[in-house]
Ligand binder design. Structure first.
Ligand SMILES: NC(=O)C[C@H](N)C(=O)O
Length: 314
């Protein structure tokens, strides 16, 4: 099987001055994951590392760069899933760690559980030797400004949600195994303790070697109502291509609950797509030595991996 990785940097509206940062970020993440796959690494490893790259990049709403809750704090959700055996691990309302996706993987591998939240996630992180980082280190000037602006009585609650920026990855490795990973700071000015779609299996992501894998982004409460990731896979089980399945699931979410978002999808045969019902979604994919990337509907910039690497290193 030819390895493939697809990543997203969130669905929503990306402001012009931030486009380049998003493009570079998703390309870097996809190349990192692809390199792992090319060297015989597993899909699970590839999606985790790709997500770590974006959690560490302050452009994205995950890890450093996460949006702030109503109290001005970062609380993060993340999930990882292995298509081989349907194992998954997740954390919600996780605080003061750099890479929630790593903690999610430890939940999967070191506990009998699938989701740890808030204080429990912190206790577990400490027990696993994950360094605590001061919450402030995850906060960018931009997220603080937006948080403050949204506290003003005249602020429009719909506006803060337009540039989302959750991150995710799906991959298939040379053994034909699939995996997904998704990580987010959630929604700006959310209530303390709000658990979003990202931490919930079937909503924020799903992976099954018998079908394929999906990672989602968008309005979490809508995604949870339609269990978006599992819905995409359900459509593929019924014979749809990744593209048809993504379109059908996103249309259903729009029509049924007026929800918008995006998905990246990979099938068990290596077919893939990146689709969104928002104005934009940053995404990148690597397969066959070729990197593809886009932000706008219908956009697909294609370069060779060598060209992309040369540009990124400059
Ligand atoms: N940016 C996003 O995708 C937000 C995320 N789905 C949430 O609602 O927590």
């Amino acid at each position: 099987m030819k390895p493939v990785i697809v990543v997203h940097g969130g669905a929503g509206t990306i402001f012009k001055d931030r486009e380049e940062g998003y493009r570079t970020g998703v390309k870097r993440a996809a190349l990192k994951g692809y390199n792992i796959l090319k060297n015989g690494g597993s899909a699970l490893e590839a999606v985790e590392e790709a997500v770590v790259v974006m959690e560490d990049d302050p452009h994205f709403n995950a890890g450093c760069g996460s949006v702030l809750n109503e109290k001005g704090d970062v609380e993060m959700d993340a999930i990882i899933m292995d298509g081989k055996n349907l194992a998954s691990g997740a954390v919600s309302a996780a605080r003061c760690i750099a890479n929630p996706i790593k903690l999610a993987r430890l939940v999967m591998e070191k506990t009998d559980h699938m989701l740890l939240t808030d204080r429990g996630a912190s206790i577990f992180a400490k027990a696993q030797g994950i360094p605590e980082v001061p919450g402030e280190m995850l906060v960018t000037d931009r997220s603080r400004e937006r948080w403050k602006a949204n506290l003003k009585p005249e602020s429009n609650p719909a506006v803060p949600q337009i540039d989302l920026g959750t991150v995710g990855a799906v991959a298939i490795d040379s053994d034909g195994s699939v995996a997904c990973a998704t990580s987010t700071g959630g929604l700006t000015n959310k209530l303390v303790g709000r658990v979003g779609d990202t931490a919930c299996i079937g909503s924020g992501g799903y992976a099954d070697d018998l079908v394929g894998a999906t990672s989602t982004t968008g309005h979490g409460e809508s995604i949870m109502k339609v269990v978006l990731a599992r819905l995409v896979l359900h459509h593929m089980e019924q014979g749809m291509t990744p593209e048809e399945a993504a379109d059908a699931a996103l249309s259903y979410m729009k029509e049924r609950v007026n929800g918008h978002g995006g998905v990246i999808v990979i099938s068990k045969s290596g077919g893939w797509t990146a689709k969104f019902s928002t104005k934009q979604m940053s995404w990148a994919a690597v397969t066959d030595g070729q990197l593809q990337c886009g932000i706008y509907q219908g956009e697909n910039q294609i370069t060779t991996v060598e060209e992309a690497l040369a540009l990124l290193l400059n």
